[in-house]
Design a protein around this ligand. Structure first.
Ligand SMILES: Cc1cc2nc3c(=O)[nH]c(=O)nc-3n(C[C@H](O)[C@H](O)[C@H](O)COP(=O)(O)OP(=O)(O)OC[C@H]3O[C@@H](n4cnc5c(N)ncnc54)[C@H](O)[C@@H]3O)c2cc1C
Ligand code: FES
Length: 342
């Protein structure tokens, strides 16, 4: 059965089948609602149903609690309509220059950036033009309908293959293969670009860029894009890892700090060993930002990586450092492990 969905306050409408999610139907209609993981783990797609009923599939309580659901809260990546709906959601600009495509690609390069991080370069078909915004991600289309999300690590203007930074999740369906059997010249299908995490170019606010682990990938794309457009916005990049080797492009960040006006870089390590001889900041990366910035009211924050870091950063930056909640942009790198936590 098909239902009509009306977005408030814009009044825009689209059709949604009862066996598809509101987000899927909105994207198909060319309307972009905020989203990240698309699997009920991150909370980026949260909005309200002000009229009508939805049913939610499997999702995490911390993304949408029972109490929020009882008050009309909805995760549009999981919510399927049971009637015509009016929903309250922030719409993003839809842009015909960034169509979501399913594409084949060839693995042009596989290179370990550290013990558990792999650089994958994807070569697209020669005639294919793939447009995206700095910060967005793609989804690999795997066997049995499985999908796995990876952020694009190079800026959109860069010619040549697409770069991704993949962390090995031991026992993981996809990355176990990446670190064992996957080889150069293999063909991979993906869908993209995806996500509402990207640089807001209509702002001139100073920025905090916060990366944990491979969360550096989309942050790298954003910095390269800022350089490309000759941005004058002040930027403070914080990159957190457990050990110094987790900061697998530390030298590049230092080079940015040494050569770009208004660019600061603070690496933060949480579990350094004595043999690491780490002289820099220690502790949690989001805490380092709090220690340095008592007042973030005039800032934008772009944060990517481990879900716990993203949650803590959003909560504490808003509560303790006066960051406006709608100036916090993030992709939380959720996986099957996070979905299983419910
Ligand atoms: C928007 C977005 C962008 C992302 N970008 C990146 C990126 O640029 N780089 C990056 O490294 N990661 C990124 N991620 C995270 C990445 O997509 C996940 O880590 C991915 O799911 C790993 O795939 P996998 O098949 O190897 O592991 P999965 O199969 O997802 O398993 C992950 C872990 O969970 C465990 N697990 C699986 N099933 C269960 C279960 N039922 N119960 C308990 N544990 C379980 C596995 O053993 C494994 O350790 C991103 C995620 C999102 C949502
Ligand atoms: S919870 Fe819906 S996009 Fe992550």
């Amino acid at each position: 059965m098909t239902f009509q969905v009306t977005i408030s306050p814009s009044g825009r409408q689209f059709q949604c089948d009862d066996d598809e999610t509101v987000l899927t139907a909105a994207l198909r209609a060319g309307l972009i609602l905020p989203y990240g993981c698309k699997n009920g783990a991150c909370g980026s797609c949260k909005g309200k149903v002000s009229a009508g009923q939805v049913v939610h599939g499997n999702h995490q309580q911390k993304a949408l609690s029972d109490e929020e659901e009882a008050q009309g809260g909805a995760l549009f990546c999981c919510a399927k309509p049971q009637s015509d709906l009016t929903i309250e959601a922030r719409e993003m600009l839809a842009d015909d220059d960034y169509p979501i495509k399913k594409l084949p690609s060839r693995i042009a390069k596989l290179e370990k950036l550290s013990d558990d991080v792999m650089l994958i370069e994807l070569q697209l078909p020669a005639a294919e033009k793939f447009n995206y915004r700095a910060g967005q991600y793609i989804e690999f289309l795997l066997k049995d309908g499985k999908r796995r999300s990876y952020s694009l690590a190079n800026a959109p203007h860069v010619e040549g293959p697409l770069s991704l930074h993949l962390r090995h999740m031991p026992g993981g369906y996809f990355t176990d293969q990446v670190f064992s059997t996957l080889k150069e010249r293999d063909i991979m299908r993906f869908e993209g670009p995806q996500g509402s995490f990207y640089l807001r170019e209509d702002s001139d606010k100073p920025m905090i860029l916060l990366a944990s682990g491979t969360g550096f990938a989309p942050i790298k794309a954003i910095v390269e894009h800022l350089i490309h457009i000759d941005s004058k916005r002040p930027v403070h990049l914080y990159w957190g890892g457990r050990r110094p080797q987790d900061l697998y492009m530390h030298a590049l960040c230092e080079e940015w700090a040494n050569t770009l006006a208004g660019f600061q870089y603070t690496p933060v390590v949480s579990d350094a060993n004595a043999e690491d001889d780490w002289q820099g900041r220690t502790g949690f990366v989001h805490q380092a930002v709090l220690d340095d910035y008592a007042n973030l009211s005039g800032y934008q924050v772009y944060a990517c990586g481990a879900p716990i870091v993203i949650e803590s950063a959003k909560r504490d930056f808003v509560a303790k450092s006066h960051l406006p909640a709608d100036e916090f942009y993030a992709d939380s790198f959720t996986s099957e492990a996070d979905l299983a936590k419910n």
